[in-house]
Ligand binder design. Structure first.
Ligand SMILES: [Zn+2]
Length: 76
């Protein structure tokens, strides 16, 4: 399992999209409220705040946060 680093973020974003979970705060996104830039692989967020916060942070920080959120989902 030696995946390319730059694919990881998009994979996480797609997974969270399928789960309907915000990649920034980890909350469920209410139906019809998803904030998105256009492409699915850029992720969908629960609010403009989360969208802005997410895109302001460093890639490493984002990936760590995404991993944490995904672990939460998997442990539920
Ligand atoms: Zn959020």
């Amino acid at each position: 399992m030696d995946k390319k680093i730059d694919n990881t973020e998009k994979e996480y974003l797609l997974l969270l999209w399928e789960e309907n979970v915000c990649p920034e705060c980890g909350n469920i996104i209410p139906e019809g409220k998803r904030v998105r830039s256009g492409t699915k692989s850029d992720g969908g967020f629960c609010s403009l705040d989360c969208y802005a916060k997410y895109h302001k942070s460093q890639l490493l920080e984002r990936e760590r946060n995404l991993q944490r959120i995904l672990n939460q989902i998997r442990n539920n």
